[in-house]
Design a protein around this ligand. Structure first.
Ligand code: AMP
Length: 401
């Protein structure tokens, strides 16, 4: 049974077609880019590793989806014979506001709710809606679902999610902390508990999703009780190009000195800061590690700052939950950067962690424990797969299994 997973941006459509029978497999994936520009481009790859690229104008998302269908149906690089083989479409949706505590089937009511909270994710939700409507145009009879980055965190208590702002800001604008990456945090925590044969409802887990965007979540007895991203994905950890936590006064100071408008300031904190802005070198952890190894002091400090902030949040969340049984490292950096893990878990024995530094070296893209057997709290790398979660949720919602 094939499920099409879509992540639609304002000028792009990322897609994966997954066969969701007993052993899920990716049949094809790709991206349509430069939608709305004079020339668009589709890059496609199938499970046989055959690649295909085409340049053609893609004026809107409906044309983009038609292009994806052509690629999936092509007799050379395609993977299906008829669109009827696509049984459901699952959309990654950035923001579900307070409406969605879990993934949902997309009916008129759900679409209206997603539309009503576009204010909360002005760059993302309108683009997702374009994708949903394009599917209605091209595959009108195929059921669609939405899987939200925010919904897993809807279990946070008000003491975690409220900001100390005048209360009417919450009432008027729904201004509060929402958190993101929920699909990944939930998936890796459940996967780790499966592997360890643990009941998630009895455990205190801290999940560190460290990719280009990064967030940490405290999961107590299976529920998110706090997370580092807030109203927007800028709060929390230092990231590839985002500041993470910053004194609000510092931002006002920069805006005044550099004469930045609100939209320039928004672009500054999202795109010009973080590892990239500070190092003036790269947002990519691999580049920074290579530069640091060659003696670049700024790169070294960037790596130290990055790890320091991860460590700080782990300490905070252990405090929030009155302990921790398991810390999970996931995302491109969490899964692969031995150096970051080494810095984070150095001197963390106060939490009952006996970190195996030897095993940590060279450990990449695996689901593995990296603590000694007698470690009271465990540390584990778990590979995340957000597309798979979207496809699994979609299958469950549409077909009930
Ligand atoms: P993601 O957004 O989850 O794809 O993660 C991207 C980040 O993971 C980038 O900063 C990469 O540099 C980092 N990353 C991927 N592979 C490695 C690796 N082998 N060592 C260190 N960092 C890595």
């Amino acid at each position: 049974m094939n499920v099409l997973v879509l992540n639609c941006g304002s000028s792009s459509i990322k897609y994966q077609l997954l066969d969701m029978s007993d052993n899920p497999e990716v049949k094809a994936k790709g991206i349509v880019e430069r939608i709305g520009l004079p020339m668009g481009i589709l890059s496609h790859k199938n499970y046989r590793d055959e690649k295909y690229e085409t340049e053609t104008p893609v004026p809107n998302h409906t044309v983009g989806i038609k292009l994806v269908m052509e690629a999936l149906l092509d007799k050379n690089h395609g993977v299906i014979n008829s669109v009827d083989e696509i049984k459901a479409v699952g959309h990654r949706v950035a923001h579900g506001g307070e409406y969605f505590t879990e993934s949902a089937r997309l009916d008129a009511d759900a679409i209206a709710k997603i539309e009503s909270i576009c204010d909360l994710a002005p760059l993302h939700n309108p683009a997702h809606l374009l994708g949903m409507r394009a599917i209605l145009d091209v595959l009108p009879n195929v059921p669609q679902t939405a899987v939200f980055d925010t919904s897993f965190h809807q279990t946070m208590p008000p003491s975690s999610y409220m900001y100390p702002l005048p209360y009417k800001m919450y009432e008027q604008y729904k201004l509060r902390r929402y958190g993101f990456h929920g699909t990944s945090h939930k998936f890796v925590a459940e996967k780790a508990c499966d592997i360890l044969n643990w009941n998630i409802e009895e455990k205190k887990i801290i999940t560190c999703h460290l990719g280009n965007g990064a967030s940490i979540t405290a999961i107590k007895y299976g529920k998110s009780v706090d997370t580092s991203m807030g109203f927007t994905p800028v709060e929390g950890l230092m990231m590839g190009t985002r500041t993470g936590d910053l004194d609000l006064g510092a931002l006002l100071f920069i805006m005044e000195k550099e004469k930045l408008s609100v939209s320039e300031a928004n672009s500054f904190i999202n795109k010009k800061c973080g590892s990239n802005g500070f190092s003036e070198l790269s947002s990519d952890m691999r580049d920074l590690e290579a530069a640091s190894n060659e003696g670049n002091e700024r790169a070294k400090l960037t790596l130290d700052m990055y790890a320091h902030r991860v460590k700080k949040y782990i300490g905070a969340y252990a405090a929030v939950m009155n302990g921790v049984d398991l810390i999970i490292m996931t995302g491109g950096i969490g899964e692969n950067s031995c150096h970051t893990r080494k810095l984070v878990f150095n001197d963390m024995d106060y939490l009952g962690i006996k970190f195996n530094f030897e095993k940590n070296e060279g450990l990449r893209a695996k689901d593995e424990l990296i603590t000694y057997e007698d470690s009271k709290a465990k540390v584990m790398t778990i590979t995340t797969n957000e597309e798979l979660v979207i496809a699994m949720d979609t299958k469950r919602i549409v077909f009930g299994s």
